[in-house]
Design a protein around this ligand. Structure first.
Ligand code: THU
Length: 133
């Protein structure tokens, strides 16, 4: 896995952030199981609640193109190490139980976690498995 490439892509995506309300730019990239990379930025809406985080923009782009599993997510924000919010952690959980999360300030300055370190004792699709008809 080329972590520096993932961070580079997230940094490029951050340039596209639409953040007229917070001015807090975030970019993300997602590595799919078959090696493709999708990127996303945060998109803010004047009525606030429809706002979408960069991570979810990238993940939903990947899923909507037919991918089912994600191996890694890189995120670059506007603070010193911007971590994925709780909602994004749960969305990552849906498609990448074993995903690696790269939280970066730059291509050289980053930290790496397994999803279960950031979202321990999680709830996920398997919990609903025996309820399916
Ligand atoms: N944001 C993200 O894009 N990802 C995160 O993980 C944290 C927060 C965005 C949402 C909003 O546009 C701005 O940062 C401030 O909350």
């Amino acid at each position: 896995m080329d972590k520096r490439l993932l961070i580079k892509k997230a940094l490029e995506a951050r340039e596209k952030a639409y953040v007229p309300y917070s001015n807090f730019r975030v970019g993300a990239s997602v590595l799919t199981e078959d090696g493709e990379i999708y990127t996303g930025c945060n998109i803010e809406i004047s009525s606030y609640s429809p706002t979408l985080c960069a991570e979810r923009t990238a993940i939903f782009k990947a899923i909507s193109e037919g991918h089912k599993r994600i191996k890694a997510v890189a995120v670059v924000g506007d603070s010193d190490f911007t971590y994925p919010c709780g909602v994004c952690r749960q969305v990552i959980r849906e498609f990448g139980k074993d995903a690696i999360i790269i939280v970066a300030n730059s291509e050289k300055d980053y930290k790496e976690y397994r999803l279960d370190e950031l979202l321990p004792h999680s709830f996920g699709p398997e919990d609903l498995e025996n309820k399916k008809k």
